[in-house]
Design a protein around this ligand. Sequence first.
Ligand code: HXC
Length: 516
Amino acid sequence: MKKEVAMKDILQELEDRRGAARLGGGQKRIDAQHSKGKLTARERIELLLDEGSFEEFDMFVAHRCTDFGMENQRPAGDGVVTGWGTINGRMVYVFSQDFTVLGGSVSATHAQKICKIMDMAVENGAPVIGLNDSGGARIQEGVDSLAGYGEVFKRNIQASGVVPQISVIMGPCAGGAVYSPAMTDFIFMVKDSSYMFVTGPDVVKTVTNEVVTAEELGGASTHTKKSSVADGAFENEVEALSEVRRLVDFLPLNNRDKAPVRPFFDEPGRVEASLDTLVPDNPNTPYDMKELITKLADEGDFYEIQEEFAKNIITGFVRLEGQTVGVVANQPMVLAGCLDIDSARKAARFVRFCDAFEIPILTLIDVPGFLPGKSQEYDGIIKHGAKLLFAYGEATVPKVTVITRKAYGGAYVVMSSKHLRGDFNYAWPTAEIAVMGAKGATEIIHRADLGDADKIAQHTVDYEDRFANPFVAAERGFVDEVIQPRSTRKRVARAFASLRNKKAQNPWKKHDNIPL
Ligand code: HXC
């Protein structure tokens, strides 16, 4: 006969088990985590989600490995905290790896926990946020842990374009712990305490004899400035988590949902007289395109993606009349705003994210063309530039563009032109739309006069008079309207408002073959 146990003891046992699970790898390891300026897996979830909204799954899951004495080390939860909660009232699924338990390494059961919430996220149409702090596949489990990672990867791929996936790197992440984030939509890092590498400095030393620090190999600076693996880096974990909350506010919960509409306090028809003088008199003098972005946006709020990489193009989110809009803008302050390999890749990925999640795209153009030269050609500018061309051409979301100054050559076509199904293509009166700049054009079409400086100067002026304006394109309907800079916010907001029910489709296909 079953022994009688008092209800209060049963409840107490549950509390005791919960208490033990909450301790993860134990107080000593929690203290070690804190001493590195890092929070615990649970503390991170608390900061990420609305207060008291977290519902945990699988708190008592334990691994089944019996090799290397692992049967004596079976902490409840197996190194990852999973569940769902809300961010400003909107549902998200979350997993948070616990570095205090075997370095957050991924066992078969740890992976199963992540897979469970990923499956639920796809079924219920809510984003997945992964807080990564893991040494990768759990070495003691061998192929079982690799298989577990394979299952996570498979779900990353299946969920791509269905629900937003956001990764925050919050510790040293290696192996699968970087490949899973690599397949998500956004990766954020924490400065000085997070690292991403396929293998760490010790293995690098053994294999290639290179001596490199973790920071150099895979720190936040490396991945936001050099490799572009990460989309942003923050000063500390608190800032990183609060910025993820801010990003989630811009995004729809899934690909069938619309992005949330936020109350706005900014007049949609707000006139910005200062924009009339944004473009300098000298066509070669740079100006800051970010000024235009923040002056257009509701309350000047701009969430920039990949701020530190390929600064000649700017990508990020704003709101217009409370609705999320993705912005792609050439930045004349850097490399004169030209398109090169890095900027084309950066913008193409952003355009595809927006299109996958039905976020309209605003393109602000001041582009002198593609960056010419040996280094760009050797590294494949043709194929990389085609990524952006392809991304704009396949995008069916509302697309509004404003040409502020230069729109030359192939770059004119690429940057959301009418020819690639731009819905509203506006130009400021300062726009210059031509195959190339006047000087280069004159030297080619009047080669015979190259020895005569006066003639060349006259040809250049003639070319400028003919093409350094928006009206030739406007005559052909390639520009829908030439607008006053000061009224850009109003024109753009009205354009997007008129496109709210836009329905455009691509022909049926299994998937496209974007030049990767
Ligand atoms: C089991 C691990 C582990 C792992 C760390 N630990 N990584 N246990 N499997 N993969 C354990 C350590 O043994 C240690 O336990 C504790 O976690 C903390 O680790 P430390 O090394 O003390 O921490 P730190 O010095 O901060 O270094 C962190 C680290 C390093 C850079 C992540 O631990 C490391 O290089 N780990 C191995 C990384 C790796 O090669 N993983 C396999 C990837 S293969 P104790 O008990 O001593 O405190 C992979 C394949 C997937 O993931 C498929 C890809 C396509």
